[in-house]
Design a protein around this ligand. Structure first.
Ligand code: N01
Length: 511
């Protein structure tokens, strides 16, 4: 329904990635059909729409990295490439019948809780101009890794060659024969480096890789599915479910335990060291890429191609500190203070994303009149069950604080959170609650427990600085337990941990 200034909806979903799409499909299934999905991009897909760099692929097995309700017997590889995952999300979206409520190219400018009206007023900006939605609930799935972080390096703004972030790959830039530099050696960079190295090797070009911290990289046990396997997955759905279950439990029973026990991490560490020995012949280079912190402290990466690419003749690994960027070069400084200048034509920054500070929190104003980011400045980026936040009634995160994983599929977490949101909405309907807001006590207890559980993990004591940690050293991004515990804890909406309110006459009048 639209009045002169508001469009009324029951639910407003932010983002059309795996999280927002899952919420839309499941709400629709529940008969909660009065919703809108606001997406700033031009299509569904989230991170899998945005990250189109050469070599982009998932490092979680495809069988697990898909919705439980939409198996895909056609995955070509055990770790799917980005185009296939994006196509999968689009196919699921098209088949689900919910796309008619998606509004693309439209950004959420702000969301403010209207206490009198017991609703969110969400201002959006898109091709149709500025529009305000009045929504009973907001379900935010903006993605944990969606806002590229550019490095704060002197002079980088004045670089006169081509420059782009890994998550905003500029496909108009032809790399053939060029002098290219890439800053960063994280999950994105190690997928990009082998692809770019190949192009440059074939065309007389050169690549400089700027490494600040060496990553741990284990082999990628890739498997291409044969036609027979795909046929079997298609016609015997139980087979695909069994493959998914085996992968799920294999990861679940090993990785969470090894984050707390260095002895359990030893096999992974040995595999990573062997990966260096087999991938690199040059002893000096081998030493440069050997990490100096505990494996698992940062995300463990998987690749068979990264080390051989670094060892290629047309690649230099630069480990000196980047001092500045000039109009056409990167200037580094070694331990003695001596500087070196390397000229380049193209600069690729694979320097990651805004993570611990959740950019969307700067746009959301709660019941008390303060921004969620202001609350986070006081409490740390934190939510109850990674989903709800005191002061922000009827607001639900999908992929919120402390829901990230280093070892399994975020789609599993997303489905768990969506289940919780569905049950919250059902509880509100059944009991005629207009608002639900977690208590400060429940919030505090949940987060104290999480931070306590972080203490014995490699993320806290592994001797690295990672994007998992905020500026106070608090891990506000990862879930510290198994995913089946997470699923169990979010299976049912625990209304006793919430302050609830019935609809007021003033609010009813406004609707
Ligand atoms: O980003 P990152 P990413 N000067 O933050 C370096 C997911 N992902 O895009 O380690 C010099 O990991 C920084 O150095 P350091 C996955 O969850 C998944 O690669 O901080 N260097 C680091 O090397 C992943 O964890 C897939 O010392 C600077 C790099 O840039 C997450 O996305 C694929 C610098 C940033 O690494 C992010 O990965 C790809 C500076 N000023 C990504 N600033 C899958 O396959 C930063 N760096 C599912």
């Amino acid at each position: 329904m639209t009045t002169s200034d508001h469009t009324f909806v029951d639910h407003l979903i932010v983002g059309a990635g795996f999280g927002g799409l899952c919420a839309a499909i499941k709400l629709d299934e529940d008969g909660e059909r009065d919703f809108v999905v606001v997406e700033k991009g031009s299509d569904v897909g989230g991170t899998w729409r945005d990250n189109t760099y050469p070599g982009a692929a998932c490092d979680v097995p495809s069988q697990l990295y898909s919705y439980s309700f939409a198996p895909n017997p056609d995955w070509s590889m055990s770790f799917s490439p980005q185009p296939e995952i994006w196509a999968y999300i689009k196919r699921v979206a098209e088949g689900s019948g919910v796309l008619d409520r998606f509004v693309f190219d439209t950004e959420v400018v702000s969301a403010a809780w209207d206490d009198e009206g017991q609703r969110w007023l969400v201002e959006t900006r898109g091709p149709a101009g500025v529009r305000t939605y009045a929504a009973r609930t907001v379900i935010a799935g903006p993605g944990a890794l969606s806002e590229p972080r550019l490095p704060d390096i002197e002079g980088i703004d004045g670089f006169q060659g081509e420059i782009f972030h890994s998550a905003r790959w500029d496909h108009d830039v032809d790399l053939t024969g060029k002098r290219v530099a890439i800053i960063g050696t994280g999950a994105s960079a190690i997928q990009i480096v082998p692809e770019v190295q190949k192009v440059l090797a074939a065309s007389g070009g050169h690549l400089d890789v700027y490494q600040r911290t060496a990553p741990w990289v284990i082999p990628r046990n890739e498997h291409r599915y044969s036609g027979l396997e795909k046929l079997a997955f298609r016609h015997v759905p139980g087979l695909q479910r069994a493959a998914r279950t085996a992968i799920y439990w294999g990861r679940e029973l090993y990785v969470p335990a090894f984050t707390k026990n260095p002895r359990l991490a030893l096999p992974a560490k040995l595999a990573a060291l062997k990966n260096i020995r087999t991938g690199i012949k040059d002893p000096e280079l081998r030493q440069k890429v050997t990490p100096t912190y505990e494996i698992g402290c940062k995300r463990i990466l998987i690749s068979n191609a990264y080390y051989p690419a670094l060892d290629a003749d047309n690649v230099d690994l630069v480990t000196d500190r980047i001092a500045k960027v000039t109009g056409n070069a990167i200037v580094t400084e070694d331990a003695s203070g001596a500087s070196t200048e390397r000229e380049i034509d193209v600069l690729i920054v694979a320097t990651g994303f805004y993570t611990t500070d959740m950019p969307i929190a700067h746009r959301i104003t709660g019941r008390t009149g303060r921004l969620m980011s202001e609350r986070f400045a006081e409490t740390g980026t934190a939510a109850y069950k990674g989903t709800t936040v005191p002061e922000f009634p009827n607001f639900f995160f999908v992929v919120g604080p402390n829901t990230g994983l280093g070892h399994s599929s975020m789609v599993f977490i997303i489905e768990s959170q969506v289940q919780y949101v569905r049950d919250a909405i059902r509880t509100m309907r059944v009991n005629d609650f207009a608002t639900v807001e977690p208590t400060e006590e429940a919030f505090a207890a949940w987060n104290a427990d999480i931070q306590e559980r972080m203490k014995p993990t490699v993320w806290s004591s592994g001797g690295c600085a990672s994007w998992y940690l905020d500026e106070h050293g608090r891990n506000t991004t990862l879930w510290p337990r198994t995913t089946f515990v997470f699923r169990g804890l979010l299976h049912t909406f625990d209304v006793e941990k919430y302050v609830v309110a019935a609809s007021t006459p003033q609010a009813s009048e406004k609707k």
